[in-house]
Design a protein around this ligand. Structure first.
Ligand SMILES: *Cc1c(COP(=O)(O)O)cnc(C)c1O
Length: 422
């Protein structure tokens, strides 16, 4: 190796500039996409580490490669912490993404062509819950359920009728854009009655579940999948938890079924994330995330906006723009002033996914930054001002400077330059 310093800025100034640019963007904007968060410096450090240099196919103490002593330690810690955090009987921490976790869960427990019921993507479900252009919709026979047209809530009495009619082998509960509580105990009763397996995909709400702010699916589900980078605030990645009886099937489906070498740097970072999530500060932040979201919802309702289901119980909310402007235009206007949200279909939307009627926003990242109810009042007011007057340059300028002040008052990654050497 050369004697030159091997820091990124020397080796690759172009990518180094990209990283610095992204760090500045994160510092100077309000990240309000509900699937986003800011992982701690500790998580970033573990993820950007020498753990990336070693193959570790297999599982702790059963590897196909030599040199895995520390790989075993990292993965064993990640597994035992994950089980402790969620109270799960079994955990597999090797999944690279939420999509691959869902693929492995189906692959482990079902056969090609089996019938699965899951939430309609247009009502808040996920691509991997049976969309025709996704592997899930191609290899399994998905039937979707949706929210009730009247309440916009998942009404179990309506869904139970569909379950009776279609007799699925598995029911999937979990969503990407659903602002209300999921009562997993009731889903369990419905699945048991129908003799179906029950899988929960808690990608969005995992942090709330870990902190006890949302009911846990663990006692009620055969298998639970989740990402680790959303409310859980860890590295980009995923996990599968299950009852002990499915442990072997799940592990085999992950390796050698679908994956080969696991991303050990990500697994080390997941272990850090689980440790952080057991702490008091994490619990406080998850509670605050929900409290912040309620304040935001109240501001929008007071300002005359219609929220899907009328409000929120969790970390996200959906605004129906009712054709004032479409969701794409709204999200673009908000990004101009430093507020990042995403366009989203609302249930029974009459518009298209590229120009939908709604926007989806949430509070996990703002809360990680330390913001509380007072800031939510300010931010909600700013968003309402922009949405009500999208063409006003004067309002844009005023909001832009308010957002810049807020970003400065809640700094992000103070020691980042030294810790991650951008
Ligand atoms: C985000 C999400 C996923 C997929 O996660 P990726 O890591 O993007 O593959 C799966 N299911 C739900 C409900 C999600 O919200």
């Amino acid at each position: 190796m050369s004697t030159m310093p091997q820091l990124l800025s020397h080796v690759d100034p172009e990518i180094s500039a990209v990283l610095s640019g992204e760090l500045e963007r994160q510092r100077n904007t309000l990240m309000m996409i509900p699937s986003e968060n800011y992982a701690s410096l500790a998580v970033l450090q573990a993820q950007g580490s020498v753990m990336t240099n070693q193959y570790a196919e297999g599982y702790p103490r059963q590897r196909y490669y030599n040199g895995c002593r520390f790989m075993d330690e990292a993965e064993s810690l990640a597994i035992s912490r994950c089980k402790e955090l969620f109270g799960a009987e079994h955990a597999n921490v090797q999944l690279n993404t939420g999509a691959s976790a869902n693929m492995c869960a189906y692959y482990a427990l079902l056969n090609h062509g089996d019938k699965i019921m899951a939430m309609d993507l247009n009502h808040g479900g996920h691509l991997t819950h049976g969309k025709d252009i996704n592997f899930s919709g191609k290899y399994y026979n998905f039937v979707s359920y949706g929210v009730s047209e009247k309440t916009e809530v998942l009404e179990l009495d309506e869904i139970r009728e569909l379950v009776k009619e279609h007799k699925p082998r598995m029911i999937v509960v979990g969503a990407s854009a659903y602002p209300r509580v999921l009562d997993f105990e009731k889903w369990h009763a419905m699945a048991a009655e129908a003799g179906a397996l029950l899988m929960a995909d808690i990608s969005h709400i995992a942090g709330l579940v870990a902190a006890g702010v949302h009911p846990s699916p663990i006692p009620w589900c055969d298998v639970v999948t989740s990402t680790t980078h959303k409310t859980l605030r860890g590295p980009r990645g995923a996990i599968i938890m299950s009852k002990e009886q499915y442990a072997k099937q799940i592990d085999k489906a992950v390796f050698p079924g679908i994956q080969a070498g696991p991303l050990m740097h990500a697994i080390a970072a997941k272990a850090v994330c689980f440790r952080e999530a057991m702490g008091e500060e994490f619990r406080r932040d998850q509670k605050q995330t929900v409290a912040n979201c309620k304040v935001l919802a109240d501001v929008f309702v007071k300002r005359g906006f219609r929220l899907v289901t009328g409000g929120t119980d969790n970390h996200l909310l959906m605004i129906d723009l009712e054709n004032r402007i479409d969701g794409k235009v709204a999200a673009d206007h908000l990004e101009e002033v430093g507020i990042v949200v995403n366009k989203n279909m609302i249930p029974f939307d009459t518009r298209t996914p590229v120009r939908p009627s709604g926007i989806r926003l949430g509070t996990p990242a703002l809360t990680t930054r330390g913001m509380k109810e007072g800031e939510m009042e300010t931010i909600g007011g700013c968003i309402a001002d922009i949405l009500a007057n999208p063409e006003s340059g004067e309002i844009k300028d005023r909001v832009k400077s308010e957002i810049a002040e807020l970003c400065a008052a809640f700094p992000l990654y103070r020691e980042a330059e030294t810790a991650i050497a951008v």
